[in-house]
Design a protein around this ligand. Structure first.
Ligand code: PEP
Ligand code: MN
Length: 337
């Protein structure tokens, strides 16, 4: 259920309704809105308690929410969510997040951070902990990688997006990063999602490589229901029979997510295609389809990258891609950031 307060309901009335919800044995989730406040209710199985809430001062209506992902749903939060992060506003405009797949060493990360900052990019991606298919592949530098990311941020001011692989390292990663990335393989790692629900940093939740939209949005609901309201969704391609690309980048998910949810949705055309030559076209398509931004792999020397070199743009190609996005953004009246 969802309690919709009157446009002029007072703070005290909102608190009284939240208390009543607790008395009923449920959990209230206050959702402030531009026009009015709503209070999502979780823990209930049906409309029990609806009448008691309806008669409370300041209450406009108590409606049933028809989907399982209540806090993620547009039914409970009609306006798009916007998060100010490192000088960008994710959810408003088109935000570029770029950087190498992995943190490899200090020199290349500083080079990448300086290049991206000069291009106006405000958030840099790079993994210190890498979930690799093979146990023999480069697994990331771990804590040394985090130190390098902190240094790149300190020297250039660029914000950091890096992956958190497990509950054990969550606090350490949270200390350094501006956005906690959850990879495709961990989308349904519920202990990790629960842990991040109490994190103070936004979470970038990649779609599982075989996840339906319901499974994805319910994974996001784990994070919101624990109190962390800042979740950014990221489509990175799913498994299909098609083998001309590494994954099948499901751009149709953009309007679907926009219809069902208020959460921002980014596109990762690098993992979505697996080939750097296809990345610019899919980036422009993502912008045209209404995505809130991109997560793109960019490397100073792709042929010698320790992971995902084949799908990483070099600096020149990245510049060309940015230049090709600008006129499109102008036509669409979307601000590139
Ligand atoms: C990554 O972003 O480098 C990564 C490992 O992504 P995914 O979880 O989508 O495979
Ligand atoms: Mn990668």
């Amino acid at each position: 259920m969802l309690v919709v307060m009157n446009a002029n309901a007072t703070q005290a009335q909102v608190e009284a309704v939240a208390d009543k919800i607790r008395q009923l044995g449920y959990a209230p989730h206050v959702i402030p809105g531009g026009l009015r406040t709503a209070i999502g209710i979780t823990g209930n199985r049906g409309p029990e308690g609806r009448d008691a809430l309806l008669i409370m001062p300041g209450v406009e209506d108590v409606v049933r929410v028809t989907v399982g992902y209540k806090l993620v749903s547009r039914e409970t939060h009609t306006e798009p969510s916007v998060y100010p992060i490192a000088g960008t506003r994710i959810g408003k405009g088109f935000t570029m997040i770029a950087g190498p797949c992995s943190v490899e060493n200090e020199k290349m990360m500083l080079e990448a951070a300086e290049f991206l900052t000069a291009q106006g990019v405000k958030l840099m991606r790079a993994g210190a902990y890498k979930p690799r298919t093979s146990p023999y592949a480069f697994q990331g530098l771990g804590t040394e990688g985090l130190r390098i990311l902190a240094k790149a941020k300190q020297e250039t001011g660029i914000g950091i997006v890096t992956e958190v692989l497990d509950v054990e390292n969550a606090a350490r990663v949270e200390e350094v990063t501006d956005v906690l990335q959850v990879g495709t393989r961990n989308m349904q790692n519920y202990p990790l999602l629960r842990r991040l629900s109490s994190a103070k940093k936004p979470v970038l939740l990649k779609r599982g490589m075989a996840a339906t939209v319901d499974e994805w949005l319910l994974a996001a609901e784990y994070i919101l229901s624990g109190g962390n309201r800042q979740v950014i969704l990221c489509e990175r391609g799913v498994r299909t029979f098609a083998d001309h690309t590494r994954n099948t980048l499901d751009l149709s998910i953009i309007p679907v997510v926009k219809h069902l949810s208020h959460l921002p949705v980014l596109i990762d055309p690098s993992h979505g295609t697996g080939r750097s030559e296809y990345v610019p076209a899919m980036s422009r398509a993502a912008l045209a389809a209404g995505a809130d931004g991109l997560l793109v792999e960019v490397h100073p020397d792709p042929p010698n990258a320790l992971s995902d070199g084949q799908q990483s743009l070099d600096f020149d190609t990245f510049k060309q891609m940015q230049a090709s996005l600008r006129p499109l953004a102008d036509v669409l009246k979307v601000e590139l950031q």
